[in-house]
Design a protein around this ligand. Structure first.
Ligand code: HEM
Length: 424
């Protein structure tokens, strides 16, 4: 091994050791109980595992030590929270305290041009400015409706559907979709709003690099999450034809004899089962199993333990939506639970923001809740409705749908969905 490389490894190890010992010394007595760890060695062993292995290991630790535990990865303390009521205490009852993000590593500073990125911005004036700009100018309900009408947004996601589902569409359909220059319109609009902003503290405008970072964040955050959820829902509709059929029958009641080609945005409100299918998809297959890491600005007490200010807090989204104390047969795909008479008596009243009680949190909750929750729900309902109204989706003989997962940026199907599609 090259001598310089050896020196770098030794220096990094010493640095990690000092930071870890320092952090342990500062907070070990007040941290929640967790598995024993040896500085550096435990880090190394954990980092060799895949994200899915880490998740299942965490599950076994939670069963042993409880739903709030320290995670021995990285030099600063990381706390994992797997229980709905503790997440509620942190993210809603102490919303402002838990709304910060951990300090970014040097590398991510380069990628995200020093925090000019909404998801990683520290909780403060810059984050507030960027978030308010996004929600009031781009994601405002009136704007969201106009994207829906122009169908340009949908076209972008259709492209992703094509990517996921391979060559299942005919050429004319693909051309029709590709011809819509949807992204251009959105980017021009977003850039216009960003050009007008004046940064707090520094009293200056955003640079070109910072604007590019913000636009790419918006496109990245919005596409993978939505298309992955769509893929999981379609997988379940192929696996369970009776659910697909129930959806089609509901649509027929609203759309009539079939002469209308497109389910429109205004039809969606009349399709409760379609919404139930989307909610069940988000519960059973949340596209991210952890929210973006949170942090506290000062040492904070939670459940009689200290959440240290120099660490990170991780909320286990999937665990919460699979809690058998709330959901009967949680691993089953049963949209009926969101219909009248189901576990969630009145589907229309289901509160994804968890304000009174968290039952699932696919979009996060509290101050950092996904700002595009309305847009994402609209896209998902619109896509599912149109995909089922226009096409019939069937499993390939001898190739049953496999719901095994793999983790990339989002949680994907390990074996991509295969199906036969025919026009209804
Ligand atoms: C099914 C679709 C989606 C899901 C499940 C989802 C989920 C999430 C989650 C779990 C978070 C982190 C919440 C937290 O840190 O506590 C988040 C944050 C965020 N999402 Fe989404 N998201 C979706 C779609 C979108 C779309 C369509 C956009 C943009 C068009 C978007 C933009 C963002 C942004 C900018 C943040 C950072 C918010 C902040 O830190 O204040 N997301 N999303």
């Amino acid at each position: 091994m090259e001598i310089w490389l050896l020196l770098v490894i030794i220096s990094l190890s010493i640095y990690f050791l000092i930071i870890t010992i320092f952090n342990k010394f500062q907070s070990s007595t007040k941290l929640p109980p967790g598995p024993p760890s040896i500085p550096i060695l435990t880090n190394f062993l954990w980092l060799r595992r895949s994200p899915l292995q880490i998740e299942s290991l965490l599950r076994s630790f939670i069963a042993k030590y409880g739903p709030i535990l320290p995670l021995p990865i990285g030099p600063s303390p990381a706390i994992v929270i797997a229980e709905r009521s503790i997440a509620h205490k942190a993210l809603l009852q102490n919303a402002a305290l838990f709304a910060d993000r951990p300090t970014a590593l040097a590398m991510s500073n380069i990628i995200s041009t020093h925090h000019y990125n909404l998801a990683s911005a520290p909780y403060g004036p810059l984050w507030r400015l960027l978030r308010r700009n996004l929600t009031s100018q781009i994601l405002h309900p009136s704007r969201v409706k106009s994207y829906a009408r122009s169908r340009k947004w949908y076209a972008m996601i259709y492209l992703l559907v094509i990517m996921c589902f391979g060559d299942k569409f005919d050429e004319t359909q693909i051309k029709e979709i590709e011809n819509v220059e949807q992204e251009e319109e959105f980017v021009v609009l977003y850039v216009d709003t960003l050009l007008d902003l004046e940064l707090p503290d520094e009293k200056r405008k955003l640079t070109d690099d910072e604007i590019v970072t913000l636009c790419s964040e918006f496109l990245n955050a919005g596409t993978d999450t939505t298309s992955t959820t769509l893929q999981w829902i379609m997988a379940n509709l192929v696996k369970y034809p009776e659910i697909q059929n129930k959806l089609f029958v509901e649509m027929k009641g609203v759309m009539g004899d079939g002469s209308r080609e497109e389910v429109k945005e205004e039809d969606l409100g009349k399709l409760p089962y379609s919404k139930a299918v989307v909610l069940e998809g988000l519960r059973r297959h949340p596209p991210v199993h952890f929210v973006v890491p949170h942090a506290v600005k000062e040492d904070t007490e939670l459940e009689n333990y200290v959440i240290p200010r120099n660490g990170s807090v991780h909320f286990m989204v999937a665990e919460m939506g699979w809690d058998s104390k709330v959901w009967e047969d949680p691993m089953e795909f049963k949209p009926e639970r969101f219909m009248k008479g189901g576990e969630e008596e009145e589907m229309a009243g289901f509160d994804l923001t968890g304000s009174k009680e968290i039952k699932m949190m696919p979009f996060g909750v509290g101050r950092r809740i996904c700002p595009a929750i309305g847009l994402a729900m609209l896209h998902l309902e619109y896509f599912i409705a149109n995909l089922v109204w226009r096409f019939q989706w069937k499993a390939v003989d001898g190739d049953a749908v496999d719901l095994a997962e793999k983790i990339e940026f989002t949680v994907l199907m390990k074996r991509p969905l295969k199906f036969l599609v025919s026009i209804c």
